[in-house]
Write a protein that binds this ligand. Structure first.
Ligand code: ASP
Length: 328
């Protein structure tokens, strides 16, 4: 018998708190396009699930919609690295087969999540990097763009502002966005992460996860975060959960965070909420990691913990209206 589908997205975590110079009404206004973008992406994924499509197709549809939205740090609107260029990472995993595909450091693939999806389908290499990933995507007939396609004036302003404050600093996208708007000093206590991701459970009971990012503002050229690393920024297994992460990627890699949640469920018998909380508190935070995640259990339970001030997120369950949120 068909089960009700579930889909959840994130559009990054961090200090999404309004700069003090803005009043609360202005801040709510400023948030509206983010909610609209999340809803549009949610609808793309939901349409797949509602017609009986797979969780895998749903997360890819939702994430590619977010990649096309310049408000989020993935695809068009990706952040700049220290060379004022863009390199993009994406990963996708199918919980029913444990097949996975990922790309890192791409420069010309319009939708990196689609290249990850192609790799997953091929079943050969799991992770392709840089020029090889671009060439692979081109050979597969995916849409290719000039690198300038990813740039937006807002991201350039973020990058310039950050460099003016501290040339070697890296920042998470939403923090850098706050910097561009307001002359607040960059604070390591105030990171914001603009990566996007999705997790889904389809009517057949299968799970999938996808994550995509431009990485961190002013990151070292060649730096790769957790996003395309299976078990760190993305993971799905029908036996437990689907997870997509956002945050300080190095910490998520070192904590094997997405897989840590799976392991807690599988080996400790925890529910997804306890497993996600436990992984954040016991595995990520001791390393100094910041950010959040969306985790969806095989039973349809959702957990969306974050240790930052907010996390852009949206979710829908079959028969229940869509919801979006930024703060607790
Ligand atoms: N996790 C991403 C990275 O480290 C950044 C983010 O979530 O915004 O590349």
């Amino acid at each position: 018998m068909d089960r009700p589908y579930v889909l959840a997205l994130h559009g990054g975590a961090g200090t999404i708190a309004r700069p003090l110079s803005r009043d609360a009404r202005d801040a709510r206004q400023a948030e509206l396009p983010y909610h609209a973008g999340l809803r549009a992406a949610l609808s793309s994924g939901q349409a797949v699930l509602a017609r009986g499509g797979s969780a895998l197709d749903a997360v890819v549809a939702a994430v590619s919609a977010l990649e096309d939205n310049p408000l989020f740090n993935a695809g068009h609107g990706a952040v700049f690295d220290a060379d004022a260029r863009h390199t993009l990472d994406a990963g996708v995993m199918d919980g029913s087969t444990l097949a996975a595909g990922a790309v890192a450091g791409t420069r010309r693939v319009r939708n990196p999540v689609l290249a990850a999806r192609e790799l997953l389908r091929d079943g050969g290499s799991v992770l392709l990097g840089a020029e090889g990933a671009d060439r692979y995507a081109e050979a597969r007939g995916l849409a290719m763009v000039e690198p300038g396609y990813f740039s937006t004036p807002q991201r350039l302003a973020q990058w310039r502002r950050l460099r003016a404050q501290a040339a070697g600093a890296t920042a998470l996208d939403h923090d850098a966005a706050a910097l561009a708007d307001d002359p607040v000093p960059l604070s390591p206590e105030a990171p914001r992460f603009g990566t996007v991701g999705a997790v889904a459970l389809d009517r057949q009971g299968h799970l999938a996860a996808a994550t995509s990012t431009g990485g961190m503002t002013n990151k070292a050229p060649g730096r790769i975060g957790d996003t395309p690393i299976v078990g760190a920024g993305v993971y799905a297994n029908d036996a437990s959960c689907a997870v997509s992460c956002t945050g300080s990627g190095e910490h998520f890699i070192r904590a094997c965070l997405a897989h840590d949640i799976h392991a807690r469920m599988r080996y400790l018998g925890q529910a997804v909420g306890a497993a996600a909380q436990g992984a954040m508190l016991q595995s990520l935070e001791p390393l100094g990691g910041r950010g959040g995640l969306v985790a969806l259990g095989a039973d349809g339970s959702l957990a969306m913990p974050f240790n930052s001030q907010g996390m852009y997120r949206a979710w829908v369950r079959e028969g229940v209206p869509q919801a979006t949120a930024v703060f607790e």
